[in-house]
Design a protein. Sequence first.
Length: 149
Amino acid sequence: MELKLRPVTEADIKKILEWRNNPGVRANSFQTSEIKWEEHSSYWTMRLADKTNYSYIAVLEGTDAGLVRLDKKESGEYEINILIAPGFRGKGLGIATIAETKKIAAGFGITRLIARVKPDNIPSQKIFEKNGFERKGGNEEYVLYEFSL
């Protein structure tokens, strides 16, 4: 599997919206409603200008196949969020994407990652567990995972 992560650019915003509004993706997101272009475009314009958060497109054998974000929290840790594009799920891409993201995070000096996953999203829970994240609790809305670099 040839996987590369490249920074998100303005040219990716429309594709990310299509992925994000896919019913299968929405079902595993914390915000399950369909996102409108105006809201999405505004969010990504601000995000791309923000140098404290990081966003990457997962490119599998030359094809854009997913998105991973590192969002800085007030505590200084980063929350990792992943979206695998429809048609690419179940192929090990999530595991490989998180592994590559951990390397990038270490390169930025990030020392702690967290992930929140819906309790019924077992595939995502397995992705984080296979990457060494430890289950640290949570509540009825999410399961919390942590990883120290």
